[in-house]
Structures are given as structure tokens and as C-alpha cells.
Design a protein around this ligand. Structure first.
Ligand code: G
Ligand code: G
Ligand code: MN
Ligand code: NA
Length: 254
């Protein structure tokens, strides 16, 4: 596939794959609670590409490992800058479930954290449960090793088919991210609102943080606060932005 050959070039070129950064905020204070890294590809011929244009083929290729290491390295470079400025803000990185099948991943992440001098708790790995049962043992062990290192785990798209309740009984995690599909409908749909309320309650009962995703309106923000949700992310607060714009946002923390 041409795209995968081009990805190899992009990983070597170093200036084509860039991270857009989107803060999540505390609903009570408005202060940033964390920042999610979202990959974008500034393709020399095809223009700007988003994850939906290339993640699937990358996940099914032998380049997934290189790609994952690249994203983690870029994210930790950003986090190292914040650490130097005394900003205690975690960075969240989306991991393809398949990358968790590589038992070398924890050691690679440990090495990258050391190289960038980023404390492990400043890295949050966002995961979805999308792997088949036969592979669960490897993944559970990789995730348990990462968490024992002090890295934080978040369940992304929580409540959708890919991130189920069963997952929480197998893996100890730190954060639930309420899927955007429920947030979008919660103002009009009692069912969606009930799911958000239940997820928030579950997170509190388990002692986990909860972040609502895809908040686009003040109405959704108010509804979330009324349900006891403490943090949120979405265009209503901040759109994903280039790295050089994030400093001004995080500056409010100093
Ligand atoms: O940024 P955007 O909303 O277009 O992201 C679409 C999807 O791509 C989301 O599900 C997000 O989790 C995923 N995604 C974004 N960045 C990365 C990345 O660096 N690695 C992987 N594996 N997925 C990503
Ligand atoms: O699956 P994941 O939660 O990682 O997906 C994150 C994706 O959602 C990113 O691609 C990001 O660009 C997108 N996103 C972030 N905030 C909003 C929002 O308020 N509305 C919509 N429609 N998409 C959003
Ligand atoms: Mn995510
Ligand atoms: Na999500």
C-alpha cells in the first residue's frame, strides 16, 4: 500500500506527523486537568490527514510499533517541556489495542520516560477494549506492568461496545472517558443521560476520575455538572490545537 510506504518516510522525516493537543478542564474551576494528544499527518502531497485516514492500515501493518513509539516520543517531548516549566499536567496518548500485544512495550515506555525525564504519572494511556479473547492475557499483563510502573490508564470511549464493564474487572485503571455519543444526546435523551449519570457514579464508586468527551454546548456542560461529572473535554472548551498554542492555556495553572 502506498500509504504505508509514505508512513515510513513520514516517520523518518520527523516533521510530517504532528500532535494536536486538546485540554480537558475541571468543570468547577475551568482549569486544565490534562491534555490529550491527537495525531495529524501533514502529508507532502495529500494535505492534512486525520487518524481516520490512516490509523486502520497502520494498525494492521508491521509499522504499528514504530508509529506507537513515535507518538509516545513526541508526547513525552511535550510533557518534558511542561515539567521543566513546573507544570503538573498529564498528557494522554491514544494507544491502538494491537500495540498492547507487544510485550516489549512497557520497557520501551520506561526507557522513553527516563530519556525525557518525565515522571510516569504524567503519562496517561487511553485504551479501548477491541481485542479478541485469545489475546487478553498478553494485554492484561502489559497493562498491569505499565500501571505498576506508575503510568496511568484511561478507558476511552467508555460505554460503547469496545469498552465494556468486564474490562474494569480485569484491569485496574485510573480514569473513565464517557463516550461522546452519550454526551451529544444527554440533553434530549433520558437514556443517554442515565448512562452518563451511571458512568459518573461508577467512577466515583471505584475511585476513578471521569472525563466527559465531546462537550460542544453550554447546555451539555451544565447537565454534566448537575450529574456530578467533574471534568470534560470538547469544542465548547478547547479544540485540538498546535503545540505552540497550548502554553497560553496551561499558563493559567501557574
Ligand atoms: O483526532 P480525531 O478526533 O480525528 O481522532 C479520531 C480517532 O483517532 C480517535 O478515536 C482517537 O482516539 C484516535 N487517535 C488519535 N490520535 C491517535 C494516535 O496517536 N494513535 C492512535 N492509535 N489513535 C489515535
Ligand atoms: O476516540 P477518542 O475519544 O480518542 O476521539 C477523540 C476525537 O474526538 C479526536 O479526534 C478529537 O478531534 C475529537 N473531538 C474532540 N472534541 C470534540 C467535540 O467537542 N466534538 C466532536 N465532534 N469531536 C471532538
Ligand atoms: Mn481518546
Ligand atoms: Na473517546
Amino acid at each position: 500500500l502506498a500509504l504505508l510506504a509514505e508512513l515510513r518516510e513520514a516517520l523518518a522525516a520527523d516533521d510530517q506527523l504532528v500532535l494536536a493537543l486538546q485540554p480537558a478542564v475541571d468543570l468547577a474551576t475551568g482549569a486544565p486537568t490534562g491534555v490529550e494528544a491527537l495525531i495529524r499527518w501533514r502529508h507532502p502531497r495529500r494535505g492534512w490527514l486525520g487518524p481516520s485516514d490512516f490509523i486502520r492500515p497502520v494498525e494492521n501493518s508491521e509499522q504499528l510499533g514504530s508509529f506507537t513509539r513515535y507518538v509516545l516520543d513526541k508526547a513525552l517531548e511535550v510533557a518534558a517541556g511542561w515539567a521543566r516549566e513546573g507544570l503538573d499536567v498529564p498528557i494522554s496518548v491514544n494507544l491502538s489495542a494491537r500495540s498492547l500485544l507487544d510485550p516489549r512495550l512497557p520497557a520501551e515506555i520506561e526507557e522513553a520516560l527516563r530519556r525525557h525525564q518525565v515522571p510516569p504519572h504524567r503519562l496517561v494511556l487511553e485504551i479501548t477494549e477491541t481485542v479478541v479473547m485469545s489475546e487478553l492475557e498478553v494485554i492484561d499483563e502489559v497493562l498491569a506492568t505499565l500501571r505498576a510502573m506508575g503510568v496511568q490508564l484511561a478507558v476511552d470511549d467508555f460505554g460503547t461496545g469496545f469498552s465494556s464493564l468486564t474490562f474494569l474487572t480485569r484491569i485496574a485503571v485510573d480514569e473513565l472517558k464517557v463516550d461522546r455519543s452519550f454526551v451529544i444526546r444527554m440533553v434530549d435523551s433520558p437514556e443517554a443521560a442515565a448512562i452518563v449519570r451511571t458512568t459518573v457514579g461508577l467512577a466515583h464508586e471505584l475511585g476513578l476520575r471521569v472525563v466527559a468527551e465531546g462537550v460542544e454546548t453550554a447546555e451539555q456542560r451544565t447537565a454534566l455538572a448537575e450529574l456530578g461529572c467533574t471534568a470534560a473535554q470538547g469544542y465548547h472548551f478547547f479544540k485540538p490545537m498546535p503545540a505552540d498554542k497550548i502554553g497560553a492555556v496551561l499558563g493559567s495553572l501557574r
